[in-house]
Design a binder for this molecule. Structure first.
Ligand code: PEP
Length: 248
C-alpha cells in the first residue's frame, strides 16, 4: 500500500518567524494524523528553525531545490548534504517554476535527483505540461519525456522510493484545477511508463497531484486510484487550510 503524502511547497514566502509560527500551529492541529505523511517545504533560510520546531512531530521537512555538486566555488548554491544537515528528508526537484525561470532541464533534474539520493534525501520530481502543450494534444509526450529523462538511471531501491509530482503548469497558482478524471488519466499514464522503465517499482512509487489543490477539491482528487497525495502551494501556507488537506 502506498501511504498518501501531503506536501506543502511554500515557494518564496514566509520569514523565519512566520514559518515557525505556521508549523507551531500545524503541529498541534495534525498531531493525531498517522495515515498520511505530512511534509512542509519552506525557503532555505527557514529550514533549520522549522526543523527545530517539528523534529519530534509527525511533520517532515523538505527543501525546494538543491545543487548536485558536493561543495566548492558555486556561489549562491546549496549542496545535498547541506539540505540534509538542515534537517530535511525530502527535496522538491524540477518544479515548473524552476524550469520556467531558472533554466531547469530534464538533464539537470536528473543530476539533482541522483545527488539527492546520494545524500540520503527523497526527491520529489515534478513533471507537467503547459497550457499550450495540452492544447496541442502533446501532454502524454511531454510528460513521458520528462519522466524518462528526469528519472533516468535510478537503482531499484531509488526507483521505488522517489516521489513523482504531476503538476500541469496551467493549474499551478491559477485556481484552475485539473478535474479528478484529467489528473487520474495522466497519473495512470505516468505509472504505465514507469512500469516500462522500472517494473514493479511502479506499484510502489507515489505520484502526487499539484495544481490549485484546496480543501474543496482535495477529497475527489484523492479518491482517484493513481493519486497518492498532493503537492500544494497556496493552500499550504496557512495551518488551517493545510490541516484540512492533510485530513481530507
Ligand atoms: C505548487 O507550488 O507546486 C502548486 C501546485 O501551487 P498551487 O497549489 O498554489 O497551485
Amino acid at each position: 500500500m502506498r501511504k498518501p503524502l501531503m506536501a506543502g511547497n511554500w515557494k518564496m514566502n514566509k520569514t523565519v518567524g512566520e514559518a515557525v509560527a505556521m508549523v507551531k500551529a500545524l503541529k498541534t492541529a495534525v498531531a493525531d494524523v498517522t495515515d498520511v505523511e505530512i511534509l512542509v517545504c519552506p525557503t532555505y533560510t527557514a529550514l533549520y528553525a522549522v526543523y527545530n520546531e517539528i523534529k519530534d512531530s509527525n511533520i517532515n521537512l523538505g527543501a525546494q531545490n538543491l545543487f548536485w555538486e558536493a561543495k566548492g566555488a558555486f556561489t549562491g548554491e546549496i549542496s545535498p548534504s547541506m539540505v540534509k544537515d538542515a534537517g530535511c528528508s525530502y527535496v522538491i526537484i524540477g518544479h515548473s517554476e524552476r524550469r520556467q525561470y531558472f533554466g531547469e532541464t530534464d538533464e539537470t533534474v536528473n543530476k539533482r535527483t541522483k545527488a539527492a539520493f546520494g545524500a540520503g534525501l527523497i526527491p520529489i520530481v515534478c513533471v507537467g505540461e503547459t497550457l499550450e502543450e495540452r492544447e496541442k494534444n502533446i501532454t502524454f509526450q511531454v510528460v513521458e519525456t520528462q519522466v524518462r529523462g528526469g528519472l533516468a538511471n535510478l537503482t531499484a531501491e531509488e526507483s521505488a522510493a522517489v516521489v513523482i509530482a504531476y503538476e500541469p503548469v496551467w493549474a499551478i497558482g491559477t485556481g484552475k484545477t485539473a478535474t479528478p478524471q484529467q489528473a487520474q488519466e495522466v497519473h495512470a499514464f505516468i505509472r504505465k511508463i514507469y512500469k516500462e522503465i522500472y517494473g514493479d517499482a511502479a506499484d510502489k512509487v507515489r505520484i502526487l497531484y499539484g495544481g490549485s489543490v484546496n480543501p474543496k477539491n482535495v477529497s475527489d482528487l484523492m479518491k482517484q486510484s493513481d493519486i497518492d497525495g498532493g503537492l500544494v502551494g497556496g493552500a499550504s501556507l496557512e495551518a488551517e487550510s493545510f490541516t484540512q488537506l492533510v485530513k481530507y
